[in-house]
Each structure stands twice: as structure tokens, then as C-alpha cells.
Design a protein around this ligand. Structure first.
Ligand SMILES: Cc1cc2nc3c(=O)[nH]c(=O)nc-3n(C[C@H](O)[C@H](O)[C@H](O)COP(=O)(O)O)c2cc1C
Length: 325
């Protein structure tokens, strides 16, 4: 979904330019996570209005009509770019969803759980960008061979499906091995964590868990409260619920023994969240959350130890990134 890159979101702070912001046409390298049963039009639009990239989860719209309506509605809520996520398993009608997204000019397509080779040609033909969620090098290589434009490195401790390699290690590893732009997912809820992700070489970060505790998230009050109250020790990784390893608030999945159907009513009481519950302590509007992340990013980067020396050594502002080398 295209849109103008108007000046002035993020509390008026300057843009943070990266490969992702250039590609997506946004100001800040923050993707509002597409989340099953959580991210709908209001949340995606609010993230985009803050200067990040809101992203719809197409799995939340089981019929063609409901997805078409959602895409139209999000366009009424924001003129800024909004992306969409396709779950490439046969549990969902992703082919029809892809066509609907492309008809509505969604330019950033995030793929998960399946080989992105199925969508790359169609998205590129429309001038779009494909970002593939991957949890290890094998998946990253498959995605690279498929011709994706960038990778989302989903680290251990991420909300939703995740692997077992920490974001800290996975981001630079996949960047080095594939040469593709990499976006960090898993454990980014604050500006300091965004700064850490960019320092690792990521060109952006996906924020999921922090946004469950947003006013726009379609999570029950009990789920939001559980996210606020949980500590990282309460998060367990298991494939029991969906058939793939995913992170959950332990108390919510007690008694679940086998994977649930996508349309099971039980989902509403099964609460996925990542370890960044540790940094999720208050419910706020999503725009506010993104603005806070950007503000903290600037504060943290400005006070990094040794910054003055790095500037002197390089003979230019450290913020260009060249002082690091
Ligand atoms: C409740 C929940 C549902 C999710 N559903 C999806 C989904 O449908 N598709 C997807 O690509 N990622 C999904 N994710 C993963 C997020 O897109 C993102 O990668 C992750 O939340 C980032 O890590 P964090 O939670 O530590 O911020 C989900 C995450 C959560 C917490």
C-alpha cells in the first residue's frame, strides 16, 4: 500500500534512514508486527501514523471480502504505507490474500511459515518488496534463493513463532552469510533495543509483544493484563499449540496437548508473547509507543560510551555510522 512520506510523525524527531525506511517509504525503521488475532486495521494504521510501518496479518481475515474491507479501511485510517503478512501454509488462503494486497497496492509483503518463492515473482511484478521471516540459516538461504529482498531474523524469545538462536547472534549471522538486508525480530520493545538492533547491522526491527499492550490491539483485557504482569521467566517455547515452536505465557497454555485448528474459539485464551514482556509495563496508544521508542533511541544513541572519542577519531559526526569502523 503506497502513500506519501509526510514530514512530522514520531513526535517531530528526525527520520532514522535505513534500507527499510527507504524501501517502505517510512520515517522510522520500526515494523508494527502483524499478529494473529491481535493486529487489525486500527493498530496497523496507528503504527504507520507514527512514522513506522504498520502491518496487517492477512490470517485475521478468513474471507476475501473481509480482507478487501480491511485493506480499504486501513487506507481510510492512514495515507502512509502499510504492509501485509502472508502465512504461506495451506491452512490459509494466501494466494487470494496476496492478490487482494497487490490489488490494493500493498508494497511490503512479509512472508512466514513457507517458501517465499511462491510469491516473489508476483510481488516484484507489482514493484513490491518481499521480506521473509526466518529463524535459521537454512531458511535464510532458501529465502535468498527465492529472490526475497530482505530477511526478518526472528530470534529466540520473540512473540509468536520463533527459533532458538538469539536475535543478538542471528542478525549479524544472517547478514554476513546472505548479504541481504536483515530486520531484527524478537526482544525489541524499547529505543535502546532498537539501537542495539541497528548496531548489530539490522536495518530495522519488528515490534510485537510491546504492541499487544496497546489500546488498539485486539486482545482481551485479561490478555493485556497478563502481558503487563508477566516476566520473561513466565514465557515458554513449545510446538504443542500450533505444531511449530512458539512462545507463550505459560499459565495460558496449561492443559493444551495438541495443535488447535485456525478457527478454534480456544485461541482467545491462549496468550502468545515474547520475552520483552520484561519491557512491557503499561498500556498505551500504539502511536505513543512508537514515538517513545524513537525518542529513547535518540537519547540512548547520544549517550553511548566513547561517542565523543569516536567522533574525534573519525573527524566527523558518529551518527553517520562511519565512526564505528
Ligand atoms: C500474539 C502474536 C501473534 C503473532 N502472529 C504472527 C503472524 O500471524 N504472522 C507473523 O509473521 N508473525 C506473527 N507474530 C510474530 C511477530 O510478527 C513478531 O515477529 C514478533 O512478535 C517479534 O518479537 P517480539 O514479540 O519480541 O517483539 C506474532 C506474535 C505475537 C506475539
Amino acid at each position: 500500500m503506497g502513500g506519501q512520506n509526510l514530514a512530522g510523525p514520531g513526535g517531530g524527531l528526525p527520520p532514522i534512514p535505513t534500507w527499510l525506511t527507504e524501501r517502505a517509504g517510512v520515517d522510522y525503521p520500526v515494523i508494527g508486527a502483524p499478529m494473529f488475532k491481535i493486529t487489525y486495521e486500527e493498530l496497523a494504521a496507528a503504527v504507520s501514523e507514527a512514522g513506522g510501518l504498520g502491518c496487517l496479518a492477512t490470517t485475521n481475515y478468513p474471507t476475501q471480502e473481509s480482507l478487501d474491507e480491511a485493506l480499504e479501511r486501513v487506507r481510510r485510517l492512514t495515507r502512509r504505507p502499510v504492509g501485509a503478512n502472508l502465512h504461506l501454509s495451506e491452512k490459509f488462503p494466501w494466494r487470494e490474500s496476496l492478490r487482494a494486497c497487490l490489488r490494493q497496492e500493498v508494497k511490503i509483503i512479509i512472508t512466514s511459515l513457507g517458501n517465499p518463492a511462491r510469491v516473489v515473482e508476483e510481488v516484484h511484478a507489482k514493484g513490491g518488496t518481499v521480506l521473509a521471516c526466518v529463524i535459521n540459516l537454512r531458511q535464510a538461504r532458501t529465502a535468498a534463493q527465492a529472490g526475497v529482498d530482505g530477511l526478518i531474523a526472528v530470534g529466540s524469545g520473540a512473540g509468536g513463532h520463533g527459533g532458538h538462536i538469539s536475535t543478538m547472534v542471528l542478525v549479524p549471522y544472517l547478514a554476513r552469510e546472505t548479504g541481504l538486508p536483515v530486520i531484527a525480530a524478537g526482544g525489541v520493545a524499547t529505543g535502546s533495543q532498537l539501537a542495539a538492533a541497528l548496531a548489530l547491522g539490522a536495518c530495522g526491527a519488528v515490534v510485537g509483544t510491546r504492541l499487544i499492550a496497546s489500546t488498539e490491539a485486539v486482545a482481551s483485557p485479561a490478555y493485556k493484563r497478563a502481558v503487563l504482569e508477566a516476566s520473561p521467566e513466565d514465557i515458554v517455547c513449545t510446538d504443542r499449540v500450533t505444531g511449530n515452536p512458539a512462545n507463550w505465557i505459560a499459565s495460558s497454555i496449561q492443559g493444551v496437548e495438541r495443535p488447535l485448528a485456525a478457527d478454534s474459539p480456544a485461541w482467545k485464551d491462549l496468550w502468545s508473547a515474547g520475552q520483552s514482556v520484561a519491557q512491557t509495563r503499561e498500556i498505551k496508544g500504539a502511536k505513543n509507543i512508537v514515538e517513545e521508542i524513537v525518542e529513547e533511541y535518540y537519547r540512548v544513541v547520544a549517550r553511548l560510551p566513547g561517542l565523543d572519542r569516536a567522533r574525534e577519531g573519525a573527524g566527523q559526526p558518529a551518527s553517520t555510522g562511519e565512526a564505528r569502523g
